[in-house]
Design a protein. Sequence first.
Length: 293
Amino acid sequence: MTALKVTVPASSANLGPGFDALGLALALHDVVEVQVTDAGLKVEVFDAGAGGVEDVPTDETHLVVRALRRACEHLGVTPPGLHLRCFNKIPHARGLGSSAAAVVSGIAAGYALAERPLDGDAVQLAAEFEGHADNAAASLLGGFVLAWCEKGRFHAERLTPHPSIRPVVAVPSVKSSTEATRGLLPEKVPHSDAAFSAGRAALAVHALTSDPSLLLPATEDRLHQDYRAPAYPATGRLVHDLRAAGVAATVSGAGPTVLALTVDGIIPAPVDVAGFEVIELPVDQTGVQVTSR
């Protein structure tokens, strides 16, 4: 392919107790059009990240370009020139995997230019950019993913979430930095909290794939959300209120978006969602897609 279109889904990571291990692909998509040219680099950005305070770079430091170059280097191909048009629907710095989606789109484009199918190395290449594979694996594979790292090698397995699950996200206007919120996490946690989270993460796999009636207890967390709460008090309040109303709500990734795992696509009316844009986003079952254009 010398002219292609990459469509990549958003993702929600952690899903409560599955810190850096669980991810869910969501049907909100960035689209990147890639054209091989005779020489040089041209990057155009539309929607999120285009202009204003969210302006993203349009040179070699652009994340899609960096990931594409890394994949091409890995696969032994060198496009003479590139023209990228990036249509960004995933909001930036909101906990919906925008950075991972950008990386995955670049990796997938590199594989397509090399005429190679995505493989386990694609997970590794994508995860290296962020240091964990939960978001990237979800955007690559679609569905519900389990991610882990063994001896420096990232791995992921895709599972099919229960068909009755209807994710809803509440997206605030404020942004959050993953790096900043990770800085709020302690180096050590009590053994009882670690044991609690291990059990709930295991339960989350069962609830998400087989028995959604268990989603509320399965998404309870003691590893990261309370520590990060000072960074986004409105998010913490909404998670608390939704859970009090019986909705399996979590902080999406590093926040500040709230993920509600519902079976009806509805946020209960008494819950105050002022300051948040509420959107039902189905699970994306396919992951990144590349087509010629």
